[in-house]
Design a protein around this ligand. Sequence first.
Ligand code: NIG
Ligand code: FE
Length: 411
Amino acid sequence: MPNLLIRNIHTLVQAETIRRSLVKGVDMASIPLLHEAYLLIENDRIAAFGPMAECPERADEILDATGRLVLPSWCDSHTHIVFAATREEEFVDRIRGLSYEEIAERGGGILNSARKLQAASEDELFVGAWGRLQEVIGMGTGAIEIKSGYGLTLESELKMLRVVRRLKEKSPIPVKATFLGAHAIPTAYKTCREDYISLVVNEMLPQVAGEGLADYCDVFCDQGFFTPEETDRILKAGWKWGLKPKIHANELGLTGGVQVGVANQAISVDHLEYTSEIEIEALKNSDTLPTLLPGCAFFLGIPFAPARQMMHAGLPVVLASDYNPGSCPSGNMPFVISLACAKMKMLPEEAVNAATLNGARAMELEADYGTIAVGKIANVFITTPMLSLAGLPYAFGSNVVEVVVLRGKRY
Ligand code: NIG
Ligand code: FE
């Protein structure tokens, strides 16, 4: 069996002997660290790790990680990487003073992306998304979730999800697909929004689920988008088709999104820039994960989610990129970690837990990804030289990922 040995690792991060399915609250501040270590991979899975004193002498391929850290790949549980065009013009409009919501009200924002996506071919969309996937893999992402939501017609939502299916088939990393037909109300339905919700529930969901095109169902539950009542209806319909909820909530206000997600047993509620004690209380009594997207808060200039309060309440915080053309045109997970530390005051250990094991959990992939454990898939990366885990967020904006290993092969 072909094997790969990484030796002289300065610090092996998140290598566990007792498997956990997620990390919560105060435990998030601890992460397993092994200094002067080796990691042995056989075929596509982790076979062993331990101190250098016990390192095997031979292997088919050997990588030397002197002065470097080895981590499990990032598990990015929230992205929108299938899109037809960037929205640079709206970025400039926001610099000049317009808000994200004002741009959306004028027919820009998601509706702008939808017009462009509707006009693009499946092949064009695939090529663009494939490029973004390669880009984020190079920055250490080793599992990813991808949403639809720029189609907003039956035909174009299916087109997007077929692109995601092609990505799943060709990608070297696992891909989870989320149906987000309820991302915005199309202009033609402004005065009859009920008809759009019926389209989502009665036509899109059955076809999406019937073709096995999605793993999860998402709704943008927020002011100016979908109400908690509409969200509830769509999520219940999703469940009927076997699609668990994973929703956008509380990005623009205290709108009840978290509560409706929790009430519908969502895997995760994502964004949460606007979170009060009530939302935290709702999350405490549930298995729903709070997923924070600091890249979006940074790019839109909105508040950062209260990560510390959530961890203080015992919650398992997740970090993801939200890579999309409007609110976060970056899938750079090391930068997400830097933002989490610098802006949300998460410790490096907390941020790394949130973006690895907890991210895997938010895609139901924790049995095979998210930590370095014997038997898990060998998706790991070697950093550039650094002294400690804090070196990762500290070097914000620098390329900190030197070597990517996917399924036991150097990528
Ligand atoms: O997660 N908030 C809703 N959806 C995306 C942004 C979509 C867009 O502006 O294109 C988000 O921020
Ligand atoms: Fe999003």
